[in-house]
Design a protein around this ligand. Sequence first.
Ligand SMILES: C[S@@+](CC[C@H](N)C(=O)[O-])C[C@H]1O[C@@H](n2cnc3c(N)ncnc32)[C@H](O)[C@@H]1O
Ligand code: SF4
Length: 467
Amino acid sequence: MTQKTTTQDPQNSSTTAPLGTSPKPKRLPRYTSYPTALEFSDLDAGLYGQWLRDLPEDAPVSLYFHIPFCEKLCWFCGCFTKITSNYDRVHRYLAILMQEIHLVGAETGRKKVSHIHFGGGSPTIIDADSFTELMDLVRQTFDILPDAEIAVEIDPRTCSEEKVAAYAESGVNRVSLGIQDFNPDVQEAINRVQPDALIAENIAWFRAAGISEINFDLIYGMPRQTLATIEETVQKTAEFRPSRIALFGYAHVPWMKKHQQMMDKHHLPAQNERQAMFDLASTKLQESGYHAIGLDHFALPGDSLLTARAEGHLKRNFQGYSADPATTMIGFGASAIGSLPGGYAQNSPDLKTYAETVEAGDIPVRRGLRVSALDVMVREVISTLMSTFAVDPYAIAAAHGVDYDFAREAQDLDRLVAVGYLARAGNEYALTEAGRPYLRAIATLFDHYFPQQHSDIITRCVHESEG
Ligand SMILES: C[S@@+](CC[C@H](N)C(=O)[O-])C[C@H]1O[C@@H](n2cnc3c(N)ncnc32)[C@H](O)[C@@H]1O
Ligand code: SF4
């Protein structure tokens, strides 16, 4: 595991490589952060402490807790996790995580919290009592707003009715179920067998406990997936009626995640098949009443992502798309990344170093990046484009008070208008239908860290994009 991976985004820029296309493709960022995690370098924990102390008094923050354990390894997995059946190990980790909460809380004071996310790994590995204890400490340390979203990533195989009751009592109001694919052959090929009845049981527990905001995570582009298996998965998904769906492209990075070699690469679909899978799933989901959001999300009417888009505050963050109003995210746990007004900060991904640092009474931040005013402005340009498929970069620069003329970008943007990938109205550029597959390539135009000289923008769109 290198420190370049954004643990909260298994498809991070550093991990995304199209399969078997020619000429040799570049990896296009997904822009769950800007600058991307590739730009992180050593960060002094003292500076991070200052960023925490400098947080504005009244502005709400969001909290991310990383639980880096799973009981069984899925061969496609790109997340930062360790496989364990030793619950003592999880317990020891939770004790350290709670110490970290104390350490950070001492710097921030009792901040208002608008959003909490438990990710991993599999937060469902935590037993019901420990989860309650953890949330109690979070409530003592921070002021969780009454309408805060509290979300947990669920591995349906390690969830239980007792855990669901603890989530509901602790205020959890959104869950994301790792579904990936319903087809038994695909499940076998990816070492993740979970029968439909198990999913139905999980959903019944959540709905009975009053947790009605249910997300499904699906993946396309994995071994043995075909258009037929994708259609089957999407049809079953639509029947279970989750309020939100993330449809991720499988990130095949065997040089970083050696276990992905367990899957026969000859069973991986080609790039054009991946695109066809995404297109089919997207069409079928929309026929079933879901609205497409950004790169890879779908939601039923009433979902907060749709509301946020309508109100103009949908944004990118490490979890993908978010309606969270907070501009600060504080990360807790090994490898967790936070985003503060001062910059990005990532905790040590090494469990031993993470634990020893916290036990010594120090905040375990290791890497990160101080952001400039230009970075923050460009971040909003890219986030807006990735979220709404349209952007007026000049208006965003003016709103940020940043003197930047977009002269380089404008030349390429106008070329994209000429080939029909963008439409221009005044200073606003909007993706056309023809330009949609190239969203990520087009976003790189604004990226000051992307090697612009490496390839021309049209080449980048046509040869370097992936679905
Ligand atoms: C941390 S996991 C979710 C919780 C739990 N561990 C589980 O798998 O059910 C987050 C999601 O990342 C996605 N994911 C993991 N590895 C991926 C990869 N290599 N490419 C694309 N998506 C991936 C899966 O959809 C997974 O549900
Ligand atoms: S359960 Fe989730 S985090 Fe764990 S190995 Fe499977 S995909 Fe990865």
